[in-house]
Unconditional design. Structure first.
Length: 146
């Protein structure tokens, strides 16, 4: 099922976890909004494919992947995706400079290149929050960039 010009439902729900990862109609709608307002136009701007490392996650999958153990996670709502490309720093800069988003996180990597970019979009109330995540002594630490 296509969610937009470039992204399918199948790639937005793909997981290596053995838990069920089937979104409901509302979550599919939220994924479609993320694709329409951020991912498809970003793909047009960047001019090459973007890999979805993780999109929708059921609560069980989110917990299995080390995410928040609550249905409040934007991945669980269908509002978020972790994306990467040959130049993930460019994805980060393009999203920051050209798109409305709720939250964007420079995840891992180093100061020149994130390992991936987390981006979320809500139909209302986008905060434009920008964070950087790094692992210190085995724990994730987040700091505001903006």
């Amino acid at each position: 099922m296509r969610l937009g010009k470039y992204f399918t439902l199948e790639e937005m729900v793909a997981t290596t976890s053995h838990y069920d990862n089937t979104p409901n109609v509302e979550q599919i709608g939220e994924l479609s909004q993320l694709v329409t307002h951020v991912l498809d136009p970003l793909r047009e701007l960047v001019g090459h494919s973007i890999h979805v490392n993780s999109g929708f996650r059921s609560l069980a999958v989110n917990k299995d992947k080390g995410g928040v153990d609550k249905p409040l996670s934007q991945h669980c709502k269908g509002e978020a995706a972790d994306i990467s490309s040959e130049n993930s720093a460019l994805l980060f800069k393009l999203i920051r400079d050209h798109f409305m988003f709720d939250q964007m996180i420079w995840e891992g990597g180093n100061d020149e290149q994130p390992e991936w970019v987390h981006v979320s979009y809500k139909t209302q109330g986008n905060r434009g929050e920008i964070l950087k995540m790094k692992v210190v002594n085995g724990k994730k630490e987040y700091s505001h960039i903006k």
